[in-house]
Design a protein around this ligand. Structure first.
Ligand code: SF4
Ligand code: SF4
Length: 416
């Protein structure tokens, strides 16, 4: 079997019916067949059949423009595994067009040293340099866009590796914090620990840095993605945890597909399957635990819009879990976005690489939210939350993980 056979095998399931086209955000924006799932599958088939060169610029552009939101996969009646085909094609293209050193370094920094990046950005804000530079950067569209992506950063939270409870028979769960959990997503992590402890679970946080590898996989960096996956198996698959809970749906989507990876050893595949069995979305886990052991939450008379990240909806297949969890809070007015709402545009580092498309998609989403009637937006993926927050910066609407909102009502904090 040559390197391309798996692309041909998987793509062969596509009958070119075009039912996915109206669902594809990039096709909706461009009306260009090459920017649609069907068109991209045809391009990848041509690549695999050696009719197109992996260094072809226009091939690269059309595939690179894909958000990997997998909305096409979700609606496809033939069960085409679009995400797998695209990952494979990007791997092949990356071999011919390797990322620059700075691009590789940037991604490594994000996946292995996020707390350090966070500290540096906070220093930039706190020292007043950001304030000083803001008027200058306003003249450069790209730099202005980048600095607006950054929310005000509180000091870096510290976490322990063990959060025990008094009950001796308590079950232990681990939290997959990922690269952002202890920095940008620290309020969610704090909330998850509090609620899990309150429900009688001992919580373990791994000391070792870890990252799901989604960013690397979506850029075709196969070796880097595999190294991160092996690290995760060591940290999570071999431990005595009842469950491994992930906070960000994007990480969960990546981790749940570990058994499908090309493992060199059977033992690694078995560990990947072991890990998959233990993995659970934090919201689903809490929902089930609350059904067995109810806690009481203070009422909140606010309007909350529930955003469903693509990973939550199309890969985890748990579109309603945030709304179900928040239904525990009395008086909350929950509004879901229309079923047709597509990707918010964040899509990992897509928002950095394709600012124009990302902003157009975000605007499309925001136009569907009645912002004047909204107090809080909840989202289960930190990347989506940060990007949505940057789009509504001056409106005073809070954007947070549903678990954080639940915890605030448990502690009785004022949600503003
Ligand atoms: S990916 Fe699925 S929905 Fe889209 S054209 Fe192919 S078979 Fe049809
Ligand atoms: S993954 Fe999303 S952006 Fe890419 S082709 Fe499918 S629907 Fe379109």
């Amino acid at each position: 079997m040559n390197d391309y056979d798996d692309i041909l095998r998987l793509a062969d399931h596509c009958v070119k019916c075009g039912l996915c086209l109206p669902q594809c955000p990039t096709y909706q924006l461009s009306r260009n067949e090459n920017e649609s799932p069907r068109g991209r599958i045809a391009l990848m088939q041509a690549l695999a059949a050696n009719q197109l060169d992996a260094r072809d610029d226009s091939l690269y552009r059309h595939l690179d423009n894909c958000l990997l939101c997998r909305r096409c996969e979700y609606v496809c009646p033939s069960g085409v595994q679009y995400g797998r085909i695209m990952d494979r094609a990007r791997e092949h293209i990356t071999q011919q067009r390797p990322p620059s050193r700075s691009e590789k370094f940037g991604r490594q920094l994000l996946s292995r040293h996020m707390p350090g990046v966070y500290q540096a950005l906070r220093l930039y804000q706190k020292s007043g340099v950001q304030k000083l530079l803001r008027p200058v950067l306003k003249h450069n569209k790209k730099l202005d866009y980048l600095q607006n992506l950054m929310p005000p950063l509180p000091s870096l939270a510290t976490f322990k590796s063990d959060y025990p409870v008094k009950t001796k028979t308590a079950q232990q769960v681990a939290i997959f914090t990922g690269c952002m959990g202890t920095s940008f997503d620290a309020p969610t992590l704090d909330a998850a620990i509090t609620l899990l402890n309150a429900l009688g679970y001992r919580v373990r946080l791994p000391d070792k840095p870890h990252c799901c590898g989604a960013l690397q996989q979506h850029r075709g960096q196969a070796a880097e993605t595999q190294a991160l996956a092996v690290n995760n198996l060591q940290i999570f698959a071999e431990q005595d945890d009842e469950a491994v809970l992930f906070l960000a749906s994007g990480c969960g989507a990546q981790l749940l597909e570990y058994p499908q990876r090309d493992w060199e050893q059977d033992q690694q595949r078995q560990k990947a399957e072991q890990l998959q069995k233990k993995l659970q979305d934090i919201s689903s886990f809490l929902l089930k635990a609350l059904q067995k052991n109810p806690l009481s939450f203070r009422p909140l008379n606010k309007c909350v819009v529930v955003h469903q990240p693509c990973s939550q909806r199309h890969v985890l297949g748990l579109p309603d879990v945030a709304a179900q969890l928040l239904a525990q809070i009395p008086d909350l007015q929950l509004r879901s976005l229309p079923d047709t709402s597509a990707c918010c545009g964040a899509a990992g580092d897509y928002m950095l690489r394709h600012p124009q498309t990302a902003q157009a998609l975000r605007q499309h989403l925001l136009d569907k939210i009645l912002l004047d009637e909204t107090d809080i937006i909840v989202s289960t993926n930190i990347g989506c939350s940060l990007f949505i927050q940057a789009g509504i910066e001056e409106r005073g609407i809070r954007v947070m993980h549903p678990v954080q909102l639940l915890m605030e009502r448990y502690r009785g904090k004022d949600t503003g």
